[in-house]
Design a protein around this ligand. Structure first.
Ligand code: 2U9
Length: 357
């Protein structure tokens, strides 16, 4: 029995891998292994012999089994050590560049201006892009015969013959959302409506779909002075300048009376736009005091409430702020031009930055 023990413990010590361990296990303590054979011989022994040989065989079996288990664990440890030695990871290496999208400049401009107006107490409203011609035109004091209705190059929704529902249009401005806000919230009211609008127009400065933000402030004594302050604060915060001069030029819109187009002082020296200095003027928006008929169309009494409204093209604001010369670049589905203008995935607007006063 000592021979058996020496033989198998020796083999186990020499075993180089798990396959060798398994072969030794089968030969030594497997069902047909040498220890099992010896067990079978117990039957032929005298009771006295059996009394010593039985436990001795069991002890041998246990000893071989634990030697096998210990060797198996040692081999696994050695294999792990070897892997740890041969495979290693440099966790200080810079990460591989991931291809990431960026926020679109129009989205970025929209988020920036929304944050600025929100800081001034304006809520934000959205509405349908397909609306009735009542919300898009009539409520805004643009009746059927009004030239503005044709001027606006409206896209009308197709109607089947005999379908006499009122016409639906792709909204030509976000003003219908302000009418809906008046209906929903009443006065006093301070709201901005950013979003996409549609006009049948396409050249270097016009695309059939573009973006506007319109603002509306209604209360008992809102005046043009409030409009001027609001716009000044907005321009300073959006273009990140300490001071800016606005020029109000008399104009005409059906929905405002009086109406004004607003320019900001700027310089184009060296082809570079600088807001707030120089001798040039840049037209950036239209505005005015809301026409009493429009206030009434929103369900508010124009003898009690009055206020200002303005409309700004977001696409143009983004072009001016980020130095993008051609509007059509906005609608190319190619990230390279965005990268050219310095847009990266991390270029997120700071919604909590506040006004630059
Ligand atoms: C209501 C009442 C009045 C919104 C206004 C303008 C003047 C204006 C243009 C700017 C550039 C359109 O995107 S643009 O081409 N907008 O000039 N918009 S006043 O007036 C309103 C809106 C809603 C209820």
């Amino acid at each position: 029995m000592d021979d058996l023990k020496a033989k198998y413990l020796g083999q186990i010590a020499e075993a180089a891998d798990e396959a060798a361990i398994e072969a030794i296990r089968l030969a030594a303590v497997g069902k047909k292994g040498e220890v099992a054979l010896k067990m079978r011989e117990l039957g032929k022994m005298t009771p006295e012999e059996r009394q010593t040989a039985g436990p001795a065989l069991n002890a041998l079996k246990d000893e071989i089994n634990s030697a096998l288990a210990a060797k198996k664990a040692a081999l696994a440890d050695a294999a792990l050590d070897e892997r740890l030695r041969s495979e290693w990871l440099d966790v200080t290496l810079p990460a591989r560049n991931r291809r990431q999208g960026t926020l679109h400049p129009i989205s970025q401009a929209r988020e920036e201006l929304t944050a600025i107006f929100a800081e001034m107490g304006f809520s934000v409203a959205e509405g349908p892009r397909i609306d009735t011609d009542w919300y898009n035109f009539d409520a805004l004091n643009i009746p059927g015969h009004h030239p503005a209705r044709a001027e606006m190059d409206t896209f009308y929704m197709h109607r089947a013959e005999g379908d006499n529902r009122p016409p639906h249009v792709l909204r030509t401005h976000t003003s219908p959302v302000q009418i809906r806000s008046m209906e929903k919230m009443g006065a006093p009211l301070r709201v901005i409506c950013p979003g996409g609008v549609y006009r049948a127009d396409y050249d270097q400065t016009h695309t059939p779909m573009f973006h506007q933000v319109e603002g509306l402030a209604l209360d008992r004594d809102i005046s043009m002075a409030n409009l001027k302050w609001t716009l000044e604060e907005f321009v300073k915060a959006f273009f990140e300048v300490d001071d800016v001069e606005l020029r109000f030029r008399a104009s005409h819109f059906p929905f405002t009376e009086p109406s004004a187009e607003v320019d900001i002082r700027c310089s184009w020296e060296g082809g570079q736009l600088k807001i707030g200095e120089g001798d040039d003027w840049l037209e950036i928006l239209g505005s005015g005091m809301v026409h009493p008929k429009v206030i009434a169309a929103g369900g508010i009494d124009p003898d009690v409430y009055q206020g200002f409204a303005f409309g700004i093209g977001i696409d143009r604001l983004a072009m001016l702020k980020y130095g993008i010369p051609d509007l059509r670049a906005f609608f190319d589905s190619d990230l390279r031009w965005l990268r050219h203008y310095g847009f990266t995935a991390l270029d997120m607007p700071n919604l909590h930055g506040g006004l630059s006063r």
